[in-house]
Design a protein around this ligand. Structure first.
Ligand code: SAH
Ligand code: AVI
Length: 343
């Protein structure tokens, strides 16, 4: 009789990807456009920049000499990742707006070296980036599980899977600054609800500095940021059948000193009417009229602390780069805050 071969062990797949977008996402773009382009001061929320081309343009922005935040945040991570690994003992890294996860690798390296890392959970609206980064990271870190979540973090934070051990929720790059102040605090409260007693938030924030440095970072000499800004019009043309002529709009980036944020706008070079076919919506622009496409808030220590406190969080440690351009804040739930939401 032939010897029986033992059954193959059932291995958990290294990659799991879930998508929560599809129809709901198109509705959200349509709702945002209907809402934002019928106001006296027109506005389109920044999350619509990031189709595959927008994501690629953002990557190019990160390499620009004027755009210091990526380099500054990377420097902090390189200096402090080991300390963060020790302070958190994290088995899991959840990353909101993960993009290509290029800086994240510094943190993954440190958690891996500490021997605690088991799972990475990238959450992003751009499907291609979540999929690519999942396959790259499982190659680079043997034994790592990647649970990718393709989702709008403003609407689907409850789809982040239950924690698999002590977790860090990372929100890097200064993306928190792209929320208006009220929503920013609300969003931080929602993040706090993902944290248990052993978990931490790692928050990247760009810092207030010389307006000339800030404005250059958002209006680079090569015009990559201008292309990124106008890319939202391509998204509207493709997704909603709009007929924007990109050359009709000029890129504007100004530092608003009162609010301490950079505002990106698109300024109409001539008076004209565009049509958003799928919404049956004519949109009139006067010459020189500006439409807001992004705010990027800049922070002080007090602003960060105020936001953390309003969200039921407390500071563990704050790190900055050698030029004091950018801050990375490690925080946890305040002791008297309620425990992680029932997941
Ligand atoms: N964290 C990276 C990328 C920052 S760019 C870094 O620090 O370099 C902002 C990222 O957030 C993009 O990848 C974009 O696709 C994603 N993003 C923007 N709005 C989002 C939303 N509402 N939900 C999920 N992801 C979003
Ligand atoms: C993603 N986010 C933090 C960038 C920022 O700096 O606000 C987006 C960006 N906009 C123009 N350049 C980069």
């Amino acid at each position: 009789m032939e010897a029986q071969t033992p059954p193959e062990p059932v291995l958990e797949a290294a990659i799991r990807i879930e998508s929560h977008l599809e129809d709901a996402d198109e509705r959200s773009l349509a709702d945002d456009v209907l809402d934002g382009l019928t106001r006296p001061f027109k506005e389109i929320p920044p999350k619509h920049f990031y189709d595959a081309r927008g994501a690629e343009l953002f990557d190019r922005i990160c390499e620009l000499p004027e755009y210091y935040p990526t380099r500054a945040e990377r420097e902090i991570l390189e200096q402090r990742a080991q300390e963060i690994a020790q302070l958190t003992g994290a088995a899991e890294l959840v990353e909101l707006g993960s993009g290509t996860a290029s800086k994240t690798r510094v943190l993954l390296d440190a958690l891996n070296a500490a021997g605690t890392l088991r799972r990475y959970v990238p959450v992003d609206v751009t499907e291609s980036m979540v999929r690519e980064c999942a396959s790259e990271l499982t190659d680079e870190y043997p034994g790592l599980y990647v649970h990718g979540v393709i989702a709008d973090f403003e609407r689907h934070l409850d789809r982040v899977p239950p924690a698999a051990g002590a977790r860090i929720v990372a929100f890097l790059g200064g993306t928190i600054g792209n929320f208006p102040p009220g929503s920013r605090r609300r969003f931080l409260r929602e993040i706090a609800a993902l944290l248990g007693r052993d978990d931490h938030l790692l928050l990247g924030t760009d810092l207030v500095k010389d307006p000339a440095v800030l404005e250059a970072a958002y209006d680079d000499a090569q015009g990559v940021t201008a292309e990124f800004n106008r890319n939202v019009l391509r998204v509207l043309n493709r997704e909603l059948g709009a007929d924007f002529e990109l050359d009709d709009f000029e890129h504007v980036a100004v530092f608003d000193r009162e609010h301490e944020w950079i505002e990106m706008r698109l300024r109409a070079r001539r008076a004209h009417t565009t049509h958003v076919r799928d919404l049956d919506l004519p949109v009139r622009f006067e010459e020189g009229e500006e439409m807001r496409t992004e705010i990027s808030a800049k922070f002080t220590d007090a602003r960060i602390d105020g936001d953390l406190s309003a969200a039921g969080l407390e500071l563990v440690q704050r790190f900055t780069d050698s030029d004091g351009l950018f801050a990375l804040t490690l925080a946890r739930r305040r002791a008297n805050a309620p425990a992680r939401s029932s997941q």
